[in-house]
Design a protein around this ligand. Structure first.
Ligand code: PRP
Length: 181
């Protein structure tokens, strides 16, 4: 059976183009490079959604840095956050005494980021900052500080550039709204 049943939601209106992503991620990289000049931060990408953003951000950040990934999941297969965060895979290296930059694709209710910040703070990094591509501020349920923000977006379900619906559409080069076909 096709995965694209009639009436199934599909990527629709483009919200952020490839050029807009490239420009904004480039600017974020320059800002972070200035802030971390002569330090050697570890960028922690949050799987799965942030892998494309992470790949572009580190190439836009011209300083010595290292990378690691952590796997978290808060959504099931649908479009609503469950509010329950699960650690799917942990970092490969300790972060105590390190400057850590969390690289996340989106902050929505804030539960995932709040959980992650608590978890990483407990490991005693030298510093901990957060860089998020999209901020869906109107959905926030828990207060969480974000240091670097790419774009503020309205309350629409987004796909593309790492964002999925049921595992699909992460490979789109832009960010689109999920719409009924
Ligand atoms: C998404 C997104 C964030 C989180 C944000 O992850 O990548 O990690 O939800 O939501 P919140 O602010 O409401 O907690 P998801 O569970 O969909 O996993 P994925 O990154 O693998 O797509």
């Amino acid at each position: 059976m096709s995965r694209h049943a009639d009436g199934a939601p599909r990527p629709g209106r483009v919200l952020i183009t490839q050029d807009e992503l490239r420009a904004r991620v480039g600017a974020l990289g320059q800002t972070i490079a200035r802030d971390y000049e002569k330090r050697s931060p570890i960028f922690v990408g949050v799987l799965q959604g942030a892998f494309l953003f992470m790949a572009d951000l580190i190439r836009a950040t011209p300083i010595d840095l290292t990378t690691d990934f952590i796997g978290l999941s808060s959504y099931g297969s649908g479009t609503a956050s469950s509010g329950v965060v699960r650690l799917v895979s942990d970092l490969s290296l300790p972060i105590d005494g390190r400057d850590v930059v969390i690289v996340e694709d989106i902050v929505d209710t804030g539960h995932t980021l709040a959980y992650l910040k608590r978890s990483l703070e407990a490991r005693r990094p030298k510093s901990l900052k957060v860089c998020v591509l999209l901020d869906k501020i109107e959905r926030r349920e828990t207060e969480v500080d974000v240091d670097y923000i790419g774009f503020t977006v309205p309350n629409v379900y987004v796909v593309g550039y790492g964002f999925d619906y049921g595992g699909l559409y992460r490979n789109l080069p832009h960010v689109a709204a999920l719409e009924r076909s």
